[in-house]
Design a binder for this molecule. Sequence first.
Ligand code: HEC
Length: 261
Amino acid sequence: MAFITPGLPIKTTFDVIIRNNFITKNNHENFGAPGSIVSGIPPGTGILVMAADDVIIENNIISGNDNAGIIITDFANGGAEASNDPDSEPNPDRISILDNFMINNGNNPVGELKALMMTQLSTTGPDILAIGGGEGSSIRDKERYRTWGLSSFGTPAISSTADTKTFLLDEPAEARAISKKDLGEMTYYGICSGCHAFDIRLIGVPTNIIQMIYKDNPQGIVDYINDPKNLRDDYPEMPPQDYLSEDAKLAVAEYILALKK
Ligand code: HEC
């Protein structure tokens, strides 16, 4: 995946090369944390590019991915609409697909892609799907692949990344120290905001309602998210968030209670 997670402190993803990989049979059921952005990625997706810019995909063997080999999408079509981040540009721009070997992808598309293919009277997903906004993208030898939505793709300026400068860090970068507030913020925007917005109804109740119910009681929020009960007839049940660390649960509870619009 090369993508931006809405709401995180880093607002961009760019200058990515995905090359020389085997990307085969990526068909495991999605085990992302319930409600998180990554949990929305359809199983059977080989490579996903969402909202990232200047991504080059080169010399990969991409096969047996039941949904699609490569999906290039903006936030809105990538399922991130609910928690769109106004500080992130939502479109994937200047994606270059160079030579890749792609075979046997899209045998069993799911969800929206399946619906999209049905409108084309096809039950098979494409090797490469581009959907939503974005400009300046390109592909070599498009007719080698089964594609959908690539009509605006031009011809790449380069045929290989051999002359592209890359470097490795001598030492691994030091782990970032994360403050309690940052941990709360990242947990909130990375997970909770998939269903909770500040003062509008998404899937869950608005955050300002949670503030009223749990004023001065962060532990009450922790207890609820460990073992949520279905309290309201007009809302679905909330999935338990008990996989989070104890630190993250308390941090997000305190973050929510302090949040201002
Ligand atoms: C997949 C969607 C989803 C995610 C993700 C989610 N929630 Fe919820 N949440 C809900 C729904 C739906 C309700 C309303 C449940 C009801 O009233 O029956 C709810 C209700 C709540 C409530 C209100 C409980 C009460 O007493 O009324 C709290 C507090 C809460 N969520 C906290 C969180 C926190 C913190 C996170 C992130 C760690 C989170 N939620 C993530 C869907 C979600």
